[in-house]
Structure formats: structure tokens, C-alpha cells
Design a protein around this ligand. Structure first.
Ligand code: 5RP
Length: 227
């Protein structure tokens, strides 16, 4: 079997959704792979599965509601059973870069609140070492220049994320995003701790402890890798 990237995303998402059981509170990720999980979960809900969900973005909340999934306010939820989300890069230890879709802060909160978090990935996402892609940062608007300087002091380079017209892209929280490139990341945990310590960085897309397992779909099927 030779699966195209779309089919791989659908297959990985389906494997993760098979973990969902009656009564669970489920965290729903953001992005094209997570969208397949929402579709698959919606089908199971229409078949009688009773769950509630929290969403990592406004677009995910809208997609989940459209799929018939009951979405509740994450502000009311201290812990959840399972989070399912995509990744931009994931290494063999389940360290990951997330946030190409700009949802990394809400994704981090939901991942941290989840008793189990599973990532879902097509074959383009696993890497031996993180860092080919930038680490997205959600920043307090007034801290933008300061955070860019702090990133330079950490050996990186931060670029403001803008749309095609050059206007800053805001997160669902209304904050700007800096994409911070570091090159190959030798010690993801140390970098994550350093980023977390910079005042003005509200959240970053380096996930070093949240992900328990990843379903990776390749040309010959889906494999579950744990850390
Ligand atoms: C959004 C994310 C996404 O999960 C990540 O960018 C992967 O997206 P896709 O499944 O579309 O490749 O972190 O903030």
C-alpha cells in the first residue's frame, strides 16, 4: 500500500481516534491532520459515542461543532482524558515543534492538562533532530522587540509572522507570533526551559514533555511510537 500524504494524515488520525472511549473529555488539535481526527470523531459521535471536547482554536471549535461534537469551554476544565493533535516536526523522543497554525499556546495548555496526549503525523513529520522549522512564539505585543533580542541572545533569529499583505498575524488570543529559527536543536528540553523563562513569551511551540505517543502513518501503514 502506498499512501499519499492526505491518506497518511487520515490514517494516523483514525488510529488516534480509536483510543477515544465513552465519557472522555477529549482535546482537539488544530491543523489539517487534526481536521481528519475531528471528522473521524464526529462519525463515532453520530454512531453513539458520548464524549465532550475542548478545542485548541476557534476554527477547531467550529469544525467540531459542525461535526456534531459537543464542545465545552476549556476555561471550565482542569484535566482531560486525551488530547489529539498534529505536529510540525517530531523526534524519536516525542519532542516536537508545533504551531505552524498559530495555536501553540492553547495547544500547550490542553496538552499539559491531558492525562494522555497523542500526536498524529504523516511521514514528513518525524525527524532525527528538531530545528529545520522555526519554533513559533506567542508574545505579548509590548514585548515583541525585547523577545526578538532575547531570541538572538539564545542564538536564534526571530521573524514576525505576517500575512500575504505584510500585516501581522494574530493568534486567537489576539497576540503576535514570532517564528524563532535556531537551526539544529541539540537540547530541546534546555531550549524549552530557556524560552519559558523569557518574560513576554506567553507560550512556545516546543513540546518536550507533553506528548506520550505519536501515530505516524507511512507508505505501509500506521505505527505507534512512544517515548
Ligand atoms: C497548529 C499546529 C498543527 O498541529 C501543526 O502545524 C501540524 O499541522 P498540519 O497537520 O496541518 O500539518 O501545531 O498550531
Amino acid at each position: 500500500m502506498n499512501m499519499a500524504a492526505e491518506d497518511q494524515k487520515r490514517a494516523a488520525a483514525g488510529a488516534a481516534v480509536a483510543e477515544v472511549a465513552d465519557g472522555m473529555v477529549v482535546g482537539l488539535g488544530t491543523g489539517s491532520t487534526a481536521a481528519f481526527a475531528i471528522e473521524a470523531l464526529g462519525r463515532r459521535v453520530r454512531d453513539g459515542l458520548a464524549i465532550t471536547a475542548v478545542a485548541t482554536s476557534e476554527r477547531t471549535a467550529a469544525a467540531a461543532a459542525a461535526a456534531g461534537i459537543r464542545v465545552i469551554d476549556m476555561g471550565e476544565v482542569a484535566a482531560l482524558d486525551l488530547a489529539i493533535d498534529g505536529v510540525d516536526e517530531i523526534d524519536p523522543w516525542c519532542h516536537a515543534i508545533k504551531g505552524a497554525g498559530g495555536a501553540m499556546l492553547r495547544e500547550k495548555v490542553i496538552a499539559a492538562a491531558a492525562r494522555r496526549m497523542v500526536a498524529i503525523a504523516d511521514a514528513s513529520k518525524p525527524v532525527e533532530q528538531l530545528g529545520a522549522r522555526p519554533v513559533p512564539l506567542e508574545v505579548l505585543p509590548l514585548a515583541r522587540a525585547f523577545v526578538a533580542r532575547a531570541i538572538a541572545e539564545l542564538g536564534g533569529a526571530a521573524v514576525l509572522r505576517t500575512d500575504a499583505a505584510g500585516a501581522p498575524i494574530a493568534t486567537d488570543g489576539g497576540n503576535p507570533i514570532l517564528d524563532a529559527s535556531f537551526g539544529p536543536i541539540e537540547d530541546a528540553a534546555a531550549l524549552a526551559a530557556a524560552l519559558s523563562a523569557v518574560p513576554g513569551i506567553l507560550g512556545h511551540g516546543l513540546f518536550v514533555s507533553e506528548i506520550d505517543a505519536v501515530y505516524v502513518a507511512g507508505t505501509s501503514g500506521v505505527e505507534c511510537r512512544t517515548r
